[in-house]
Design a protein around this ligand. Structure first.
Ligand code: GLP
Length: 256
């Protein structure tokens, strides 16, 4: 796992955009995330596209997760959010996500797994992290081998996400999410974490034991992970100085 500590959210967004752009080519399969953390990444990618420096033509994308029961047209469905924050501003027109309105949720989960597999798998998966250590919507206790399925949100996650809704009571209890096993199948995992509220989860994910109690710790089992954190999110890392030294002295030939 490569841990890169940068000054602030803007620097984190720029660096993660570099990593994502490194994988963008016709035929690329991108894994996209929602929530606040990836927004600086999307702003940066949109700016590069607007400047004529980056095209997503011929690439396609898959989302990590979706609320169950929230109409696709709801402004906070991840179907809507990813279009508003990213897709509508670039030339990426093939985007799939779990359908949280499906009549048969287990069948939809199975369909999604097959769709990712039939696309040849995800080349690069963008991730955020929840304050309870979740990735996608894999809450504590998620099997480290899990596949796309329904999950029940913790109260902590519903409270965290209440800011997107009129009230916490409007935050759905159930979600469809790629499993931790699904996420581990991606070629390159890129996690962005910013702000002091993420410090505890980042430390547990990077330096704690691999445990279903901190689902993001499963990243320790993946051979190709880039984890970009800003200073406030890095305060719990015991080996912060080592990560800084490694990043500052990275051999020029070493890729992202
Ligand atoms: C959300 C999403 C995750 C996200 C996490 C953190 O609810 N399902 O993909 O990484 O929780 O969200 P944020 O980036 O808004 O802090």
């Amino acid at each position: 796992m490569e841990v890169v500590i940068v000054a602030d959210e803007a620097a984190a967004g720029a660096l993660v955009a570099d990593v994502m752009a490194h994988h963008v080519r016709p035929g690329a399969v991108l894994g996209l995330a929602t929530g606040s953390s990836p927004l600086p990444v999307y702003r940066e990618l949109i700016a590069r596209h607007a400047a004529g420096d980056l095209s997503f033509a011929g690439a396609r994308a898959f989302l990590l997760d979706e609320y169950v029961g929230l109409p696709q047209g709801h402004p906070e469905s991840y179907h809507s959010v990813i279009r508003r924050e990213f897709i509508d501003h670039v030339d990426l027109d093939r985007v799939d996500g779990p359908d949280g309105e499906a009549a048969d949720i287990p069948a939809e989960a199975a369909r999604y797994e097959v769709a990712i597999r039939d696309a040849g798998g995800i080349d690069v998966q963008l991730l955020g992290i929840g304050t309870d250590g979740h990735v996608g919507f894999n809450e504590p206790g998620s099997s480290l081998a899990s596949r796309t399925r329904v999950k029940t949100l913790t109260q902590q996650t519903r409270d965290d996400n209440a800011r997107f809704f009129d009230s916490v009571d409007d935050v759905p209890h159930h979600v469809l999410t790629q499993g931790l096993g699904t996420i581990l199948d991606a070629g390159h995992l890129v996690l962005i974490a910013t702000g002091p509220t993420k410090a505890e989860a980042v430390a547990a994910a990077v330096e704690g034991p691999v445990s279903a109690f901190c689902p993001a710790s499963v990243l320790q089992l993946h051979p190709y992970v880039t984890l970009v954190v800003d200073e406030p999110a890095a305060t719990g890392l015991r080996l912060a100085d080592y990560y800084r030294f490694a990043a500052a002295n990275k051999p020029g030939w070493q890729a992202y």
